[in-house]
Design a protein around this ligand. Structure first.
Ligand SMILES: [Zn+2]
Length: 679
């Protein structure tokens, strides 16, 4: 990567080459380098500007809300930054840069219509530039940039009624003629046709005519691409085409029949025993039924009965009917995937239905109702290498072992199939991605906030846990998405699982530290030295129960440290897992475990905090807040909301008129941390 000694040289470079960067975040990292350089040189003014540009370009396109990217950053703006953006706009002719600066200026409090107009035609120009790029390099991410540019142009044009006709024509042209050989060929159409279908006022029925044929044709092309084609994309295309038909009040193709065939192909592409197969089978049956192909329906139903009866898992083979589980998973997945990303992530954090209930398990074991499949389990746990790792001799130990066992069965047969479908569907629809997860964590969780550590040599050093985690998520989401699209090779997640598993010790230690619990102990050999507690230790501290409650805590223990459970931390650290046993299920559970830790956030001093079951509200800085149990502390947006919810203002801290925040809440400094739950 080229090095730039100052802002001017970087600006000159971008003037000529901005279009060479797929994803504004790449431009952002150039500014980051300049920022660090100027910071080191002590040039405050230039460093500030570079920092602003870094943030400005770091905001990326998001599938769910491509038109609102500006909203995420204008909160950080003041007059100076607007002045700076205006100067940058004057000094650049590059359409990509012009579109971005003009758009952000238009999003500010002082609306100048000229800025919206500049943004509109610059976005149009940028879309063409990126379309060219895509033609020469169809496998890179230029298609995404095309979507980004055209949707932004569209959003602004409709709102300001400027050049809207031209933009609409351009949208329809892209749907019909965007490079069919591009790897973005499907995605561009999906995004744009969705807009066309949704905006009934802008796109009347006459404008839609023929789009259904584009979808039909593309679905066919999708099936011909080598390596088994892109079957899921092809199916999405059929769904879209059918929607277009519905709007037009016609049936121009047999969508159901073709969809049935595609699902059947998906079934055949997967290996026997792949847990996705029963779900594809149900889809095929449903579509063939609608298409009136009774022969097909009957033969597939027979196949399905066989599939459902043979749920195969690594340790025991049992016959369990998973029909209902698979069905419930599909329904839930479809429901969840329609939500906004932040709601999806919040659901994954706070819901309890995806996991076994500890109280149920406990009741079933103590009542002596041990399931037949558990009866002949030995009283010793055997690790992956066949060594006896623990004996269970006392009655209590046996009961505990049985609980863990039962939890495992419950999780594997009834919960994981649902978890898989919810996560896969959310990933496929772009609701769960590196971008959406990062954004959520930055806004609502301590994992995305900047903390500080005092180092004897470097003074105060800022750090974020997210920086240690995001590489694993990035590649997990990337590999999973590719797999869901192509459907051939199961992703290899050894690196991601290893890395995430080992981070939990630090995460738990930090979280307990933030909750005010000591996480080190005196060394046995020398009581004047201390050592940090390890993960098994941390998970059994009584404060953990207060932070997480019984269900979440048992899940964390089961996943990370129970030797009759998955025991990932021990098995990863001591290399006891064979490559083929690195199941994607582990990755799913690690993600959910991490989200359990993510439910807490740090409050700023002037934020409003109340207790879930108390009657008063406080400033976060109030000493009385520390008496509220961490898991009951909820952050409220302002004192008005608190009053509306029936809370009375505290007389000690007088929270009715808090001072306005000096900094946006993404940065915390120093020692005063108050953990809260954001609802
Ligand atoms: Zn108070």
């Amino acid at each position: 990567m080229a090095k730039f000694n100052n802002l001017q040289s970087l600006h000159d470079h971008l003037e000529r080459h901005a279009a060479d960067y797929a994803g504004a975040h790449r431009i952002s990292s150039l500014f980051e380098a300049v920022y660090k350089l100027k910071e080191a040189e002590g040039k405050r003014n230039e460093a500030d500007k570079a920092l602003w540009e870094r943030k400005f370009f770091a905001v990326q396109y998001e599938v769910s809300e491509p038109k609102n990217w500006c909203d995420h950053i204008v909160a950080d703006f003041d007059e100076n930054t607007y002045d700076y953006a205006a100067t940058r706009l004057e000094n650049t002719q590059n359409p990509i840069l012009r579109a971005r600066y003009a758009h952000v200026l238009w999003s500010g409090p002082n609306k100048v219509i000229a800025h919206a107009r500049i943004a509109i035609y610059s976005y149009l120009e940028a879309a063409k530039v990126y379309e060219q790029k895509d033609c020469s390099k169809p496998n890179e991410r230029w298609g995404l940039e095309v979507i980004f540019a055209i949707l932004n142009a569209y959003g602004l044009a409709i709102r300001t009624k400027y050049r809207s006709q031209e933009v609409k024509v351009e949208v329809l042209r892209l749907v019909r003629h965007f490079n069919p050989k591009s790897s973005w060929s499907f995605r561009v159409r999906q995004e744009l046709i969705e807009v066309v279908l949704e905006d009934k006022r802008q796109f009347g029925r006459t404008k839609l005519a023929g789009l259904q044929n584009v979808c039909w044709r593309l679905a066919g092309i999708g099936m011909k691409i080598k390596n088994g084609g892109r079957v899921h994309d092809a199916i999405d295309m059929l769904n879209l085409g059918e929607k277009v038909d519905k709007r037009l009040g016609q049936t121009s193709h047999d969508w159901n029949l073709r969809r049935g065939k595609y699902y059947e192909i998906l079934m055949q592409m997967r290996k026997a025993g792949d847990p996705a197969v029963p779900s594809f089978c149900l889809d095929a049956i449903e579509n063939y039924r609608k298409a009136g192909k009774t022969e097909k329906v009957r033969s597939l139903e027979a196949q399905y009965a066989e599939l459902a009866a043979s749920g195969r898992f690594s340790k025991v083979t049992v016959r369990i009917d998973q029909t209902e589980v698979v069905k419930r998973g599909r329904e839930l997945a479809q429901k969840v995937a329609k939500w906004q990303p932040h709601k999806v992530i919040s659901f994954l954090i706070h819901q309890q239905e995806l996991f076994p209930r500890y109280a149920d398990i406990k009741k079933r074991v103590s009542a002596g109702n041990i399931e037949p499949i558990l009866m002949d389990m030995p009283s010793t746990t055997i690790d992956d290498r066949g060594h006896a790792s623990r004996h269970f001799s006392t009655e209590n130990e046996r009961q505990h072992r049985e609980r863990v066992r039962m939890y495992e069965q419950e999780l594997a047969y009834y919960k994981l199939p649902v978890i898989r479908q919810v996560l896969f569907q959310s990933i496929r629809n772009g609701k769960l991605s590196q971008e959406t997860l990062n954004k959520y964590l930055q806004q609502k969780s301590w994992l995305g906030k900047t903390l500080c550590v005092k180092s004897p040599t470097h003074g105060m050093r800022p750090y974020r846990w997210l920086d240690l985690l995001e590489a694993s998520f990035d590649s997990y989401f990337g590999k999973t998405l590719r797999w869901l699209r192509d459907g051939t090779n199961t992703p290899n997640l050894v690196l991601e699982i290893d890395s995430l598993t080992l981070k939990f010790e630090g995460l738990l230690r930090e979280l307990l530290g933030l909750a005010g619990v000591a996480t080190f102990r005196l060394k046995r050999q020398d009581r004047s030295l201390t050592e940090e507690r390890y993960v098994g230790d941390l998970l059994y501290k009584k404060e953990m129960r207060r932070l997480f409650g019984e269900d979440d805590l048992f899940f964390l223990q089961f996943l990370l440290s129970e030797d009759a459970g998955y025991d990932l931390r021990n098995r990863v650290a001591h290399c006891l897992i064979l490559a083929e046993d690195y199941s994607i299920n582990y990755m799913h559970l690690l993600l959910l475990a991490l989200l359990k830790l993510a439910k807490y956030d740090l409050a700023q001093n002037n934020e409003i905090v109340a207790s879930r079951n108390g009657s008063m509200f406080h400033l976060a800085s109030c000493t009385l807040v520390r008496r509220i149990l961490v898991k009951n502390r909820i952050a409220l947006p302002n004192s008005r909301t608190a009053s509306k919810k029936g809370y009375a203002a505290c007389r000690v801290c007088k929270p009715e008129h808090p001072e306005p925040a000096k900094h946006p809440r993404t940065e915390t400094n120093g020692t005063q941390h108050v953990l809260v739950v954001r609802t």
